[in-house]
Design a protein around this ligand. Sequence first.
Ligand SMILES: [Mn+2]
Length: 455
Amino acid sequence: MIPRYHSLKTFESRRKKLAVVLKPDLDLLIYFNTPEKIRNHDTEYSYRGDSSFLYMTGFPESASAFTLSRETLGKGTPKSVFRIFTQARDPLREQWTGLLYGPEGAKKTFGANEAFVNTELKTQFLEWMKSRPKGAHVRILTNALLDSDLRQQLFALIEAYPSRTRTGAARIVAVEDIGPVIQEMRLVKDAEEVKTMRYSARIAADAHLCALEALEPGAHEYEIQSAIEGEFLRQGASGVSYNSIVASGHNATILHYNSNNRQMHEGELLLIDAGCEYQHYASDITRTFPVGGRFTRAQRNIMDIVGEAHQEAIRISTKGTPYDKIHARTSEVLIAGLRSLKLLKGTTKQILKESSHRRYYPHGTGHWLGLDVHDQSPYVDRNGREIRLEPNMVFTVEPGLYFLPDDKTVPAEYRGIGVRIEDDVIVKAKGPAEIITTDLPRYAAEIENFMSRRS
Ligand SMILES: [Mn+2]
C-alpha cells in the first residue's frame, strides 16, 4: 500500500480543472490504469501506474479505473462526481501481494465520491447510461483509444449498452481521447509538484556525487551504476526514472547505451545519464567526468563548448521565450565552438542549412520533465503555435557533442569522445530558469577541482 503523496485538495483542484471539458449530464470520462506486465514466465514488472491516472487521483494500484462526470441531477449547478474502481480486498491474496486499499480505502484516502470493486464497472456504466436524459447524445472521454487491451475493455462496456432507439434511451455518439487535455494541464507544475520535483532532483544530484566519489581507473561501469542507484533508494526514491546510462570511453557516443559492464581506464571519459523517480516524479541528470581526474586537451575543448552551450541555454530560458528557441540558440553556440576548433567548415548559415552539425549533435536540447521523464506535454499548442515558457514549467537542458570512434571527419584525438551536460530547470517569473539539480560539479574546471580534492 503506497501512501497518497499530494494533498487531497491538490488532486481535487486538478479534477475540477479537468471537469470543465465535460458537458454536464452528457459526458463521461472513463480512465483505465495501466495493466500489469509480465517480465518473464510468472513474474511481473514492478507496478507503476499511468502518469495521468496518478496526476488526477494519486491512486497507485493496478487493475483500477476512475470515472468523472458532471451531474445536474435535474436541478441547479452541476456537481463533479469522481468514482474509483479498485481490486477487491482479499486477506488470503493480500498475504501474497501486499495490502490493498479496496473501495473503502480508496474513498477515504483518495477522496472519491463513490468507490466500487473493479468488476462493478460495467454495472455502474450501464446505470449511468440509463439515468441520462431522454434522447441524449452521450460522449465518452477516455485514455483507452490508443491501447489495444484497454480499448477492448472499453468497447466491452459500450457494446453491453443496448441500442433501444424506440424507448428514447440516450445514445453514445462519440468516443474521444482525453490524453491531450490532461497533458496540457501537466505542462505547468503546481506547488506540490514543484516541491516533489525539487526533492527528486536533489536525490539525483546527490547520487551523481556518489558516482564521482566512486570513480577511479579500473572501476567497472556497473560499480558506478550501483553507487548511483543505491543512493536513489537510500534517500527514498522508488528507483530509476529510466535505465541508467553509465558509458565510459567510446560508449559515451552511444546515446542510449546501458549495458554498463565495461572496465574504464585512465584518460577516458565517463558519461553518466541517470535520474530517479521520487513519489512518481522524475529527475534526469547527465554529467561527463574524466576517469582519471583530468581531461585531455581534446576532451577539455569539447567540455568547454558544451558547457558554454549549456550556460547560454539556461540564460535564455526566461518567461516568454519560445521553447524551440532554446535548441536553436544552443545549436548556434555548439556550431561556433566546432568552427573555432575547425571541426566544422563553412559559415554558420551554411552549416545550419545543411544540418552538418547534426552529425555531432543528433538530439534535441531537452524535454519537459514531470511524472514522465519525457513528460507528455505538448511542444506546440492546439492552434499550431509554439509553446512559450511560463513560470513553473519544468524541463531539461542537455547539450552534447559526440564523435564516433571511426569518424574520419575529425582528427584522431576527438574520435570516441562523447560529452553531455544535463540539468533540470524550473521557469521563473523573472530572470533565467532556476537549476534544481544543484551542488554537483558541472563544467570542466569545477569537475577537475572536485576530483583533485577527493579523499
Ligand atoms: Mn534527458
